[in-house]
Design a protein around this ligand. Structure first.
Ligand code: 7TS
Length: 404
């Protein structure tokens, strides 16, 4: 049995009140809350083993290094990568994509093309545009249909002999659409093109197996997985990471340094210049253990029940417009009520204790394609309840009548 109430007791923040109302936290797409065991893991490093990693012979430094490398192995196992050499720690999804854009981007030539989709987060658009300031890179964009699904015919038609990469989100942070990543990767590979998958919105909602997907790069953030902020992962196939030049220079990423010539460290350290966020990396291990102990598939099932229930109730509200209705979508609901401004709806919901996100959700090209400026977005995680869905609906009805 999925015991959501016992699970909630692991998250002290869920007991908070906002404007005298019990907090209903529905901004999980932006970041998930953190269970006590993860906070304790952070505390444990600060109280017991804090020392810089990979630098000292002393006991604390070795223990800190062991903790970090144990997380790397845990991440490898979690996404079924072949080797820990393929697991690079970054600050988050954004830095992981910037790393690939900068470093893999170094291997591209003027006139090369990259395929993106219209539903990408700015983190998977702007780094490629910045690369375009160094070289003439052409971005080809896959459109969507009215349900918020990618147009796969258009996708297939975008490949040519200048195509050098596909960069696509696994799950849309606005529409909730789960893209047919495995099929898209197979198509790209049949054209000899590698694929970067932005897994920020998928990793805590479905089982991800990078070998089964055959992804070339897969990126995600710990803070969206009930883990600490400041940590992310770049998974990359070894042969690609080996071809790519370092991203940043500094300590840890070198073999030998002289003023005439510097050699670089082996993978994964070649891409980890400077002191990493070793405290949070250590605690990220606990977050993965926590999520796995509940079961990603069971969490997804729970979230889907909430999604179906809430969507049905929302549709009873006059003027409700939901953006993203793809079958099998993740538990993200972007909506507007009539012509009311998303900001007004979000602000009034906040006054009733309901935390939702408003605005363009860092997906302005998608907003343009939808012909709107922004939406209100409610999104669910493992600890949300049917009672919270009811509280959200009741608040929404109230807001809707207040706005007339
Ligand atoms: N890619 C996707 C699909 C995302 O949803 C996000 C964050 C990112 C990349 C960037 O992740 P970061 O951890 O590096 O910041 N999405 C959101 C959101 O939807 N609302 O706030 C952050």
């Amino acid at each position: 049995m999925y015991d959501v109430n016992s699970l909630r007791s692991d998250f002290p923040i869920l007991e908070r009140q906002v404007y005298g109302h019990p907090l209903v936290y529905l901004d999980n797409t932006a970041t998930t809350q953190t269970p006590r065991c993860v906070v304790e893991a952070i505390e444990n490093v600060y109280y017991n083993t804090k020392a810089n990693v990979h630098r000292g012979v002393h006991t604390l430094s070795q223990e800190a290094t062991d903790l970090q490398e144990a997380t790397r192995e845990r991440v490898r196992e979690f996404i079924n990568a072949k080797s820990t050499e393929e697991i690079i720690f970054t600050r988050g999804t954004t830095e992981a994509i910037n790393l690939v854009a900068s470093s893999y981007g170094d291997l591209l030539e003027n006139g090369d093309e990259i395929i993106l989709t219209v539903m990408e987060h700015h983190a998977n658009i702007v780094p490629w545009q910045l690369l375009g300031r160094r070289k003439r890179i052409i971005l080809r964009i896959v459109p969507i249909n009215e349900k918020g699904e990618l147009d796969m015919v258009a996708y297939r038609s975008l490949f040519n002999d200048r195509t050098k990469l596909v960069a696509v989100c696994h799950v849309s942070n606005v529409l909730g659409t789960v893209n047919p990543i495995k099929e898209m990767i197979a198509e790209a590979h049949s054209n000899g093109v590698p694929v970067l998958v932005d897994g920020a919105q998928a990793i805590s909602h479905m089982k991800v197996d990078v070998q089964d997907l055959n992804a070339d790069f897969y990126v995600f953030s710990s803070h969206k997985m009930y883990g600490p902020s400041g940590v992310g992962v770049l998974y990359g196939k070894k042969y690609l990471l080996e071809m790519m030049p370092p991203y940043q220079g500094g300590g840890e990423m070198i073999g030998q340094v002289s003023f005439d010539h510097t050699t670089f460290a082996a993978l994964p350290f070649k891409f980890e210049a400077g002191t990493p966020d070793f405290v949070d990396i250590a605690a990220f291990h606990t977050a993965i253990d926590y999520m796995t102990s509940i079961g990603v598939e069971r969490i997804a099932e729970h979230e889907h029940e909430l999604l179906t229930y809430t969507t049905e109730k929302m549709m009873e509200i006059p003027g409700m417009r939901i953006f993203g209705t793809a079958p099998g979508k993740c538990a993200v609901i972007s909506f507007l009520i009539g012509n009311e401004h998303h900001y007004d709806i979000g602000m009034l919901l906040d006054k009733l204790g309901v935390a939702v996100r408003t605005g363009h959700h860092c997906a302005q090209p998608l907003m343009s394609a939808l012909g709107i400026e922004g939406t209100v977005r409610a999104s669910f995680a493992m600890y949300n309840t049917k009672a919270e869905a009811d509280a959200f609906i009741a608040a929404l009805r109230r807001v809707s009548s207040m706005l007339g």
